[in-house]
Design a protein around this ligand. Structure first.
Ligand SMILES: [Zn+2]
Length: 373
């Protein structure tokens, strides 16, 4: 994409202060400084997004272009990108004139890699996928009458391995049997591979009426937060999370539990693009029962493989550099500088909800109890 001198200057002024922190070494400080905010107008002009009909309806703002739409709510952490939920690092704000403000951290660490994946500096090839089935051995994971989390994770990992192997990737599993691994052992496995991405598989647990898929990346490098190995890959991890999560929600029609940030020790310590997928709630009867079936595991594995392929092509559109995808399988459209890497599959319809032709309203983030990964 050709960038005008004005936009180039704007890009430098926006991106340099944060990207300059991407050197090696921790940046721990004693107190977290207040986040810096930028007007939504700056995001719109930089990415050539237009206000869309419905802007300011119920206080929300929707902007977009032919590639994607983004909907914000004032004072909220949650937003929708292309119809998929994300939780921001900092809630949006309104200034005295009612204009929406977005944190610089979210501008640089969320919107930039999702809207312009080809600008990710770490445009590595994706040759190897490290799949990490959570738990194992004496650690069975989330207690549930419907599905054994540790067994589910291993079965899903093997399905995903087979799917990715058929598409030309090398795949390493952190465990191939029911045995306990420490986080350190999982990290050593991940950090020893070359040209790799890391996907940890888990289930969620909580109230019996909660269901859905959540996808996590490490909390991005932010002033006041100790820098960890994962922060070397903030941009690629964000793009990977979005591609895999949107593919999963699109293919399964599961509740969209959002892409989220967390400071899990495992994710923090992995030194390659890394995500953790919580593929559903073991404690929800309907979802837990479905998770225990081979058919649903196949659906999840195929969706994740599609998402990984979308990510690989989004950051490196030269298809000859990435493992091939069988021609018979659906492939996402080639990404454009302002299009998020969303798979092209039609969205599956939830069983009990007839389509209204509109995206459903974002689900409120539920309070969770006894949640574990
Ligand atoms: Zn778990």
């Amino acid at each position: 994409m050709t960038i005008s001198p004005t936009l180039r200057a704007l890009a430098i002024s926006l991106l340099l202060p944060l990207t300059a922190q991407l050197g090696y070494g921790d940046t721990a400080t004693t107190a977290a400084p207040a986040p810096e905010y930028l007007p939504l107008e700056q995001l719109r002009s930089f990415y050539k997004l237009m206000p869309l009909p419905g802007e300011r309806a119920e206080g929300t703002r929707t902007v977009g272009n032919s590639g994607t739409t983004i909907t914000f709510g004032p004072g909220k952490r949650e937003l929708s990108i292309g119809g998929y939920r994300w939780l921001l690092s900092y809630p949006t704000r309104e200034d005295s004139t009612g204009d929406l403000l977005i944190s610089r951290t979210d501008f640089v660490k969320l919107f930039e890699p999702v809207l312009r994946p080809t600008y990710i500096s770490e445009r590595r090839l994706v040759r190897t996928v490290i799949i990490d089935p959570g738990h194992g051995g004496y650690d069975i994971g989330s207690p549930s009458d419907h599905v054994n989390e540790a067994d589910f994770c291993l079965q899903l990992a093997m399905e995903l391995r087979d799917c990715l192997t058929r598409r030309g990737y090398s795949v390493i599993l952190t465990r191939e049997q029911s045995r306990h691994l420490s986080d350190q052992q999982r990290v050593l496995c991940a950090n020893g591979a070359d040209a790799a991405i890391f996907i940890s598989l888990h289930l969620n647990s909580g109230r019996s009426d909660i269901s859905g898929i959540e996808t996590y990346t490490a909390t991005p490098d932010t002033p006041g937060i100790q820098r960890r190995p994962a922060n070397n890959h903030d941009a690629a991890s964000t793009a990977l999370a979005f591609a895999v999560h949107s593919s999963l929600i699109s293919a399964t029609g599961a509740q969209d539990g959002a892409c989220r940030r967390a400071r899990y020790n495992l994710l923090n310590s992995v030194d390659c693009p890394a995500i953790m997928v919580l593929a559903g709630y073991a404690t929800n009867k309907d979802e837990g029962t479905k998770l225990a079936t081979a058919e649903y595991r196949t659906q999840l594995a195929t969706a994740m493989a599609d998402g990984i392929g979308a990510f690989a092509r989004a950051i490196n559109p030269d298809a000859t550099l990435n493992p091939s995808v069988p021609a018979a399988e659906p492939t996402p459209p080639a990404p454009t500088p302002t299009a998020a890497p969303v798979p092209a599959k039609p969205k599956a319809k939830p069983k009990a909800k007839p389509s209204t032709g509109k995206k459903p309203a974002p689900r409120r983030t539920p309070r969770r109890r006894n949640r574990r990964r």
